[in-house]
Design a protein around this ligand. Sequence first.
Ligand code: ADP
Length: 176
Amino acid sequence: MTVDAVPSPVRPSSGVQLAVYPGSFDPIHNGHVDIILRGARLFDRIVVALLRNAEKVPLFSIEERIDLMREVFRSQPNVEIDAFDGLLVDYARQKHASVIVRGLRAVSDFEFEFQLALMNRRLSPEIETVFMMPAEPYTYTSSRLIKEVFALGGVVSGLVPETVERRLREKRAGGT
Ligand code: ADP
């Protein structure tokens, strides 16, 4: 192993270290918010990138998710909300990002995340994947579980931002 074998991370001429945090965020919950805020402290800028067409029938449309997330992070100037199609590494390159951020909840996430990170490294060796753990109360939170619990009448306060909880209630009341 030589030092040259490890490619240097992308360093844009601006010197700004930018990270991309991809996901479906349908809807964003406090585990995601926790990771994004940690990322915003670690990197100059973090782009939260919604994957289009990830789920065939999402609860919230891409536009609704973008609006919700912009509302949640309106006071965080270094958090950008965007959406992308296609390969994540192509999108990251296009944004001049040097880092892909992923959240790890438990060992159950590890296998999939490990495969994904190594595949992304194979596709784009200069982009590094960084894993972050959320605060303990959010280690079991997932968008799928939030949707299921809410649909069955369970309380999701404290697990999602207030604005998301409000939109969930509106959706249920309006049937939209
Ligand atoms: P979910 O699994 O909640 O549907 P996404 O598919 O949108 O979320 O996941 C986007 C990223 O956020 C992934 O890296 C995922 O591991 C991470 N993530 C999801 N939930 C949590 C959580 N509670 N704590 C930390 N990271 C999380």
